[in-house]
Design a protein around this ligand. Sequence first.
Ligand code: SIN
Length: 553
Amino acid sequence: MDGASYPVSPVTVVHSDVVVVGSGTAGMAASLALAKAGRRVRLLTKTDDLPGGSSLWAQGGVAVALGAGDSATDHAADTVAAGAGLTDPAMARLLAEAGIVEMSALLAEGLPADRGADGLPLLGREAAHGRHRILHAGGDATGRTLVTFLAARVRATPGITVHTRTMAADLMVRETGRGRRVQGVLAYEDAVGWTLHVAPHVVLATGGTGQLWAVTTNPEEATGDGMALAARAGTHLADLEFVQFHPTALAVAGPPGRRPLLTEALRGAGAKVLDSGGHAFMADEHPDAELAPRDVVARAIGGRVARGEKVFLDLRALWAHGGPGKFPTVAGICAEAGLDPAAAPVPVAPAAHYHMGGVLTDADGRTSLPGLWAAGEVACTHVHGANRLASNSLLEAVVFAARVAAALLADPATTQPVALPAAPVVPGGAAAAGLAAEAQLLMAEKVGLVRDGIGLAEAAARLQSLSLAAERLAPATAYAGIRAGMELRNRLLLSRLVVEAARRREESRGAHTRADHPETRDAWRHHQILTYSDLAHADRGLVTPVTTREHRP
Ligand code: SIN
């Protein structure tokens, strides 16, 4: 159904205790915790070097209840309120409480956070947070500072072997007397070729799926690889219909791909959203105006952009009062685009930003497939519900990476003899880019901020034909072409699963808006679980009953 065939050719075999796939915050934090406990870790990343992933581009900060008068209870309450009825309160509480512990440990270990004259971390305020609780580092370079700090420690840890330019192709799963269990990862490494990484545990930390859409704040590696790997292995995925669009990416022309983010903290610091007539329209849309929840601001801007209007972020007042010093990343982005925010408002548009759904896990990152773990954006812990609260994502990656490591260390699994797979033939190469771009534009048009049943059905049919076209591409032989083919295969599978989830959820809730079902329905106040076989059924015109998980209010 989706692509790779497996004739015989040589595969190198490598053994370790744990394979971690992904080199962002979650992957590096989990690797460090596991290596510290004496485990031999292999970290696979398709990027050229550490760090990779979306964390590098995160400007907003880390939400953590460290301020006087703040508490984990208040942070959890704001997280639950943002989740539009689907955040699990116990998970929100766990995130907020463990967040204080994990972030305090990172600060004690030397994470260079921004501090005030009293030496305490400076805490900012962002939309839908009731308190000042956003920790920053390097001003608006928080994610970059965090992953640079982690990458230096990974490089200095002998127990972690980093495999760069390595594309994870598939999970290897074996039948045991007690059911199925993961036994490693088949990957293509530029320097080595096809490699079977045998290990009793695999941690997915591949981040999100922003590159499934034509305009995204995510880097080029965010093609949903971990979710696709898990799906093909039969693992449960949850809440895939909930995709958060950031309201204010810089609106610059270009081919499908990443657009620079203009952090929400700008609006927290007074920036206004203007239409082309100079009117600050957010006050007409929501009582909190510029500080309304992210999905409200994104739809208000996105609706105007869809009608062909231009929308701007006005930074002039902020830039007159030290803005460039506080937001050096934004200043650099604008300068690179030839824009002067002190002189004129800058053009903005929404962009795919964060996937609330993902590989279903428990509170310790355990998936439905024994031996497979997930942490960070690739996972769905129900901590974000239908809409993520700003600056909770870096915190989630730090907290759940630590929890995965702790739970995995307590799991006594050992490696069993493995059957050597044949190396796959991957349809891919340069022609994959054209199909990928078509899928990205389709997702943006039919599966964006506002969806409807007809558009989703059209998207499902077109994605199926694109999948067939992808299978007919010429076999790729070198790393770039193999990576492109594998990413296309992952992108199309994930896109189809997102469309299937969005078709089934006939209501509007949080980040999922259906023009044909504008109401939020109590009957839909539950999580939706999908597997690969649901898609196989949909291909044959059969509809599987919706699998749901009760929501714990
Ligand atoms: C932002 O800086 O606006 C993004 C932060 C986030 O997504 O949490």
